[in-house]
Each structure stands twice: as C-alpha cells, then as structure tokens.
Design a protein around this ligand. Structure first.
Ligand SMILES: Cc1cc2nc3c(=O)[nH]c(=O)nc-3n(C[C@H](O)[C@H](O)[C@H](O)COP(=O)(O)O)c2cc1C
Length: 138
C-alpha cells in the first residue's frame, strides 16, 4: 500500500504581516506545493495559521523544518506528524488549497462532513470551528 506523510499544525501569525505579504505567502505556497505534489490546506484568520500538508515523507520533513524557522509565524503547535495510507485532502482536490473565503471554508467543512469516517476528519472539523464562526477575514 502506498504510504504518504501528513503534517498538521496551528500557529500564531506574526502581527506585522501585511495583506500583501500574506497574499504573497499564499501564492508562493500554492505554486510550490502544486509543483511538488503536496496536497492539503492553508488558512489564516483570527491571528492564526492552520495548515495540513500531505505528500512525500522526505520532502515534507524538509519543508516543515523551513516552515518552523519562518519568522512570519511562531508558537507552532503540531497536531499530527506521521505516516498515513489515506491522505484526507488528496480526495478533496489534487491541488493544494489556500482557503481565502468563507465559501472555500464551507466547501471544506461539507467535504469533511461527507468523510466523517476518515480517522482525522473529525479532529480537523473541530479545529476549524472557530475559523468558521469568526469567518475568513476578521
Ligand atoms: C504559515 C506558513 C506556511 C507555509 N507553508 C508552506 C508550504 O506549504 N510550502 C512551501 O513551499 N512553503 C511554505 N511556507 C514558506 C516556507 O517557510 C519557506 O519560506 C519557503 O519554502 C521558501 O524556502 P526556501 O526559499 O528556503 O526554499 C510557509 C510559510 C509560513 C509562514
């Protein structure tokens, strides 16, 4: 069975990150992850980042080291870091998803509800609750 690697974390966004810097980060991340076949989601709201990355183990471990050293955020709290045979977001989309609008987030919420049997779907859904409540642009 093909194994994938998955990393999921919450972090505190740097307070002096401008809208432009945030958009640049989103664009870079989407392009780079799509080039390297990393699936998952990245969202920013209420001063936090939430990210799920799924893909090749070696690649993701290296990437996560860079992300951990990135000064655009801090207080990284790892929720999952390990192998999985069933990457959750690969079925959602073959592309990496930067979640920018309430509609984007609602679509993900619907998808997670449809996939309730997946072992991490429920956990991710719970983490997304405050983001759903506050919306994507507070
Ligand atoms: C919250 C956050 C999430 C990030 N996610 C990714 C990601 O998924 N993929 C990626 O290539 N870079 C991501 N980055 C950017 C990396 O930290 C790093 O700047 C980028 O990979 C370029 O590194 P390099 O110039 O050393 O190759 C993220 C940065 C932040 C602050």
């Amino acid at each position: 069975m093909k194994m994938y690697y998955s990393i999921c974390y919450l972090s505190k966004a740097s307070e002096d990150l401008s809208k432009k810097e945030l958009n640049d980060l989103f664009t870079f991340t989407a392009n780079s992850n799509n080039d390297c076949e990393v699936t998952g989601i990245l969202l920013h709201s209420i001063g936090r980042f939430f990210q799920v990355m799924e893909g090749n183990e070696q690649y993701l471990k290296k990437l996560f080291k860079k992300i951990q050293n990135d000064t655009r955020h801090s207080e990284i709290f790892e929720l999952f870091n390990g192998r999985t045979a069933h990457p959750l977001f690969l079925k959602y989309s073959s592309k990496f998803n930067v979640v920018k609008s309430d509609d984007d987030l609602n679509n993900i919420e619907d998808y997670l509800t449809e996939n309730k049997l997946h072992p991490t779907s429920d956990k991710i859904q719970r983490i997304l609750q405050p983001f759903l409540l506050m919306g994507m642009n507070p």
